[in-house]
Design a protein around this ligand. Structure first.
Ligand code: ZN
Ligand code: ZN
Ligand code: ZN
Length: 365
């Protein structure tokens, strides 16, 4: 059956699905049905959007109903596939690409060609509601790529390096800055939460976990660690141990919605054995795999990877049985010193079986 787009509603992502039928049930009964199902299954009800334009996702069986102007627009029935969309908000290594302070050939060239070769520091958003990393370039990314982050309800923090965590964003999205937005469930390691609390400053000993602080920031901090699997709204997430900086616990993320899964793998060198074992034990099968490509055409690395290592990791994903039939690979976290502009890098990657992410790219998982 061909893939059908159910609806595009302002501020909401596309919903892709197979098989649609009209439902005679009244629109008014939808919230009650979703709530009752959620309670029965002991899983959170999931509503995207609100009031006149909303999509109600069944908490268990992956069906969805689209409500427009208080009328039932369409109901996608059993067999529907809810597909995640990941949008890359930044794809550079820690210094940005071009590095504004650098006069190397790569930086000079991409300054003149612009476009997809201009990379901000790494962050990504899934379905406009799940953010990966409170990165320091989020503000610029939201402006340049026309994205609102007002609907972000969940955030996963890979680690606390400054190119992935700007604690001032926790304040920016809070009532302290009069932001009109909801609560944020923020999944991060103890190290990242401590660093954010220190940066915000003048907090009680419990830091972000202090109830008054949490209320002030409209933030629910949730401490997670590598090798934990947890529910994040409609997503299932595994925190996968990275091979990055031995001074901290960096995480990669396996993210599933319905039966589609994504691996978000920066920052890391070749994955540690514990990561492979964990991914196999949890039964992951990825349709999209995003891998660290910091050192690109340069030398092999330890806490990051070059192209040769990326290709080896791709083969390992295959050999370990961790890929869905339609798996695609994307290079991410691109550094100026070891990678040419996007046009050249993409040709290099295509010849080796993978693609290259760029800022603003949306991939349907
Ligand atoms: Zn980084
Ligand atoms: Zn440079
Ligand atoms: Zn890092």
């Amino acid at each position: 059956m061909p893939e059908i787009v159910v609806a595009r509603v302002a501020g909401l992502s596309l919903m892709h699905c197979r098989g649609i039928s009209r439902e005679p049930r009244s629109a008014a009964s939808l919230p009650a049905i979703v709530e009752a199902e959620a309670e029965r299954a002991q899983r959170p009800a999931h509503v995207r959007g609100s009031g006149r334009a909303a999509i109600y996702l069944h908490p268990v069986n992956s069906t969805a109903a689209v409500l427009l102007d208080n009328r039932l627009g369409a109901t996608a029935r059993v067999g529907m596939e809810v597909r995640m969309e990941i949008t890359f908000l930044g794809t550079a290594a820690s210094e940005g690409y071009p590095n504004p302070f650098c006069a190397c050939g790569n930086c000079d060239r991409v300054r003149s060609i612009g476009g997809a070769s201009l990379r901000k520091r790494s962050a990504a958003v899934i379905d406009d509601e799940l953010l990966i990393d409170l990165g320091p370039d989020l503000l610029a990314a939201a402006q340049l790529h026309g994205r609102s982050l007002a609907g972000i309800r969940y955030a996963l923090q890979t680690h606390e390096h400054a190119d992935h965590l700007d604690p001032s964003l926790l304040t920016a999205r809070s009532p302290l800055c009069q932001a009109e937005t909801g609560w944020l469930d923020y999944y991060a390691t103890t190290g990242a939460l401590d660093l954010a609390a220190t940066a915000i400053g003048n907090l009680p000993a419990a830091g972000l976990h202090d109830p008054a602080v949490a209320a002030r920031l409209r933030l629910r901090p949730i401490t997670v660690a590598p090798c934990q699997t947890f529910a994040v709204g409609p997503y299932l997430v595994s925190g996968v141990p990275a091979n990055h900086d031995p001074r901290l616990a960096a995480m990669l993320f396996a993210i599933r919605r319905g039966d589609r899964a994504l691996f978000y793998g920066t920052d890391s060198g070749p994955l540690p054995e514990a990561a492979w074992e964990y991914l196999k034990r949890e039964g992951w099968r990825f349709s999209v795999v995003v891998l660290d490509h910091t050192f690109g055409l340069g030398d092999r690395g330890t806490g990051h990877m070059n192209a040769e290592q990326v290709i080896e990791q791709m083969a390992r994903f295959e050999a370990e049985g961790l890929l869905a039939g339609d798996a695609r690979f994307y290079a991410h976290h691109i550094a100026h010193h070891s990678n040419p502009g996007h046009d050249e890098l993409r040709i290099f990657a295509a010849a080796r079986g993978y693609d290259v992410a760029y800022d603003g790219l949306t991939v349907v998982v």
